[in-house]
Design a protein around this ligand. Structure first.
Ligand SMILES: *Cc1c(COP(=O)(O)O)cnc(C)c1O
Length: 418
């Protein structure tokens, strides 16, 4: 099963149909759902012939099925998939940045996944790759940060965890003019709700661990592009550093992808209901959600996101600050306190101690991530039941912390965190 033996849907079908059918081999007697190619290696008839599959660190039929589907969803080349989102980012940086004597430089949006900040700040910098964090909502700031050594601009929109948007088309123009590729971490919306390549970006980056797999069962990452030379270079890096997706996780991720459009639209609808309810609650100080009328970048959200859907992730702050947030988080009975987004269940995270726990406090605060901020990834439960759980927990927080302003510091415990 090579990619050219599969039916191509992308140009004539909607995202729902492409997600459901793309990448699946068809034909007489072909299983509707492919088996898992759980094999490290593949027979070869003779030496010296080019084969699609020889060794699963380079390529594997189950991995290909996922890659073709992800690529077609974005009208791009087959994706290059990895064992995790951060393995994908690492390979992306290795493919475009040389460091050492070359002194390569990367411009990174300051509002990105905490693990991305750690990778750039604590790993790449050791290899001689320099970086500048920018407020990517300010296109001029991005333009000013680009130097003659800049080899990549990396942004995330909507960004973790404040849901701040970057005008991808505007930043893409700046990058094109400077001759620097633009990569967009599109994990929160996926190609179903936002298409960075159509907006002028060169590379889409995914943690498939989140909405794409969608069932909290398999880690994974993917890079999508229409640039053949870049994709070849990325595959070379993957083969050389060994970060490819596993066959079983590729199979699970492909299964998740089939219902991605259905889930994401439903979760967007649920998130809007929950965000509006939070906004109306007197115990809630701020709510960040691009679907709200009060969202400061409402116009950009409408322009950039497909179908006026804005994803399943909301963040908010309780009036009682950190003490209230602590009571709230331990009072939840239905929503799960986990370090995750994009599953089918409603998932709640405390960014200051979880996703951004390795980002220094001063830097977190400069980026607007207060210790009292709570992130919620809305699932597919009935919204009245999600709201019922939130209401109970907020009421408990108000009852316990009434009148106490949020001054207490959270203790950031150095445990294993993503
Ligand atoms: C989770 C996440 C990542 C990292 O992905 P892993 O699969 O956990 O390695 C990168 N970017 C964003 C936006 C994420 O949410």
């Amino acid at each position: 099963m090579s990619s050219d033996q599969t039916t191509r849907y992308a140009t004539s079908f909607s995202a729902s149909t492409v997600a459901l059918h793309a990448g699946r081999p068809r034909g007489q007697g072909q299983a509707l759902v492919s088996g898992i190619a759980q094999s490290t290696t593949f027979h070869q008839e003779q030496v010296g012939e080019k084969v699609d599959y020889a060794y699963s660190r380079v390529s594997n039929p189950s991995v290909t099925e996922l890659e073709v589907a992800l690529g077609e969803l974005e009208e791009a080349l087959p994706a290059v998939t990895f064992s995790t989102g951060l393995a994908a980012e690492t390979a992306l940086f290795f493919a475009l940045l040389e460091g050492g004597g070359a002194g390569d430089h990367v411009v990174v949006g300051q509002a990105v996944y905490g693990g991305t900040i750690r990778l750039v700040q604590q790993v790449l910098s050791k290899l001689g790759i320099t970086h500048t964090f920018v407020d990517s909502t300010d296109t001029l700031e991005v333009a000013r940060a680009i130097t003659k050594n800049t080899k990549l601009v990396f942004i995330e929109s909507p960004a973790n965890p404040l849901l701040v948007l970057t005008d991808i088309a505007a930043v893409a123009k700046v990058c094109k003019a400077a001759g620097v590729p633009l990569a967009v971490d599109n994990t929160f919306l996926t190609p179903v709700l936002q298409r960075p390549l159509d907006l002028g970006a060169d590379i889409s980056v995914y943690s498939t661990t989140k909405h794409i797999e969608g069932h909290s069962s398999a880690l994974g990452g993917a890079i999508v592009s229409r640039d053949e030379k870049f994709i070849e270079r990325l595959k070379f890096i993957r083969k050389s550093t060994g970060g490819i997706q596993t066959p079983f996780n590729a199979w699970l991720t492909a299964k998740g992808l089939r219902t991605l459009p259905l889930r994401l639209k439903h979760q967007s609808n649920n998130a809007l209901v929950v965000a509006r309810w939070l906004k109306s609650h007197e115990g809630v100080a701020t709510v960040n959600y691009p679907g709200l009328e009060s969202f400061p970048q409402r116009e950009l959200a409408r322009k950039q996101h497909i179908g006026n859907y804005h994803g399943g992730v909301i963040s908010f702050e309780l009036r009682g600050g950190v003490p209230a947030a602590k009571v709230f988080l331990r009072s939840l009975q239905l929503c799960s306190l986990v370090e995750h987004i994009g599953g089918i269940e409603t998932l709640i995270t405390h960014p200051a101690t979880m996703t951004h726990g390795d980002v220094p406090k001063a830097q977190r605060e400069a980026f607007g991530i207060s210790d009292g901020l709570v992130r919620i990834s809305v699932g597919i439960e009935d919204t009245s039941e999600i709201i019922g759980d939130l209401e109970r927990a907020i009421d408990a927080a108000i009852a316990e912390t009434d009148g106490v302003e949020g001054v207490e510091e959270v203790e950031v415990v150095a445990v294993a965190r993503g």
